[in-house]
Design a protein around this ligand. Structure first.
Ligand code: TTP
Length: 207
C-alpha cells in the first residue's frame, strides 16, 4: 500500500500540571509542545506512608486536579522526594534545613523516588520510579558552600543533580531523569498503556 495514504492519528493536547521549571525543560527537550498549568494540592505526606506510594498518590492528585473538566487533554504530573535512613526529604524550609539535608546525604547512598501520573479521557494511569544516588563525603564547609549556592533551595533533598550538585554525585543507579523530577521512559510506558503508542508520542504537539 502507498504509505502516503496512511493518515496518522492526531495526538491529544498535552498539559503539564507542574510549576517545576525542570519538568518543563525535560518535556521541551523531547520536542513536545504543551501548555503548563500548575496544580495546587496538599502535598503533606503522613508519617509512615512509604515513599513510593506517597509520590504516586501525589502525582495522581496533581494530575486529577488539573484534568477535572477537560477529558480531551492528556494531563501529566509528577512528585519527587529523597529517602535516606528512613527519612523522607522534601524541599528545605530554609538554608539551615538545607545544610542538615546535605549533611545527611554526604558520603552515602540514598534513594530518589518520583511518582508520575497521566490523566486522559477520565482515567488516571500512574507509576513510581526509584533511583539510587551516591554522594561523596563532604566536610562541613563543603556542605555549607554548596547550600550557599542556593540551587537546592527549591529542590527535594536540597540539591540539583543537573546543576552544581553533579559535583557531589559519584554514581547513580537507575533513571537519571527520575532524579531531576520526571522519569521520562516511565512516562512513555504510561502513555502507551493509555493507548498513545510511541508513534503518536513522537508527534506530541506537532498537530
Ligand atoms: C533531587 C532533585 C530534585 N529536583 C527537583 C524536582 C522537583 O521540581 C523538586 C521536588 O518538588 P516537587 O514537589 O516534586 O515539585 P515542584 O513543587 O517543584 O513542582 P510541582 O509540584 O508543581 O510539579 O525537586 C531537581 O530538580 N533535581 C534534583 O537533583
Amino acid at each position: 500500500m502507498d504509505s502516503s495514504l496512511i493518515v496518522p492519528l492526531p495526538s491529544p493536547p498535552l498539559v503539564l500540571a507542574s510549576a517545576s521549571p525542570r519538568r518543563r525543560e525535560l518535556l521541551s527537550e523531547l520536542g513536545w509542545s504543551f501548555s503548563v498549568e500548575p496544580s495546587r494540592v496538599d502535598e503533606t505526606i503522613p508519617e509512615g506512608e512509604p515513599a513510593a506510594s506517597a509520590v504516586e498518590r501525589l502525582a495522581r492528585l496533581k494530575a486529577s486536579a488539573v484534568a477535572d473538566g477537560r477529558p480531551e487533554s492528556c494531563v501529566v504530573a509528577a512528585d519527587t522526594v529523597v529517602a535516606v535512613g528512613g527519612l523522607l526529604l522534601g524541599k528545605p524550609r530554609d538554608r539551615a534545613e538545607g545544610r542538615a539535608m546535605i549533611g545527611l546525604l554526604a558520603g552515602r547512598t540514598h534513594d530518589v523516588f518520583s511518582g508520575v501520573a497521566l490523566a486522559w479521557r477520565g482515567k488516571v494511569f500512574s507509576a513510581s520510579e526509584r533511583t539510587e544516588v551516591t554522594f561523596r563525603p563532604l566536610s562541613e564547609s563543603e556542605v555549607r558552600g554548596y547550600v550557599d549556592t542556593g540551587e537546592g533551595d527549591d529542590k527535594a533533598g536540597s540539591y540539583a543533580i543537573q546543576g552544581r550538585g553533579a559535583l557531589l554525585v559519584t554514581s547513580i543507579r537507575g533513571c537519571y531523569f527520575n532524579v531531576v523530577g520526571l522519569p521520562l521512559a516511565r512516562l512513555s510506558l504510561l502513555l502507551a498503556e493509555a493507548g498513545l503508542s510511541l508513534e503518536r508520542q513522537w508527534r506530541f504537539g506537532s498537530r
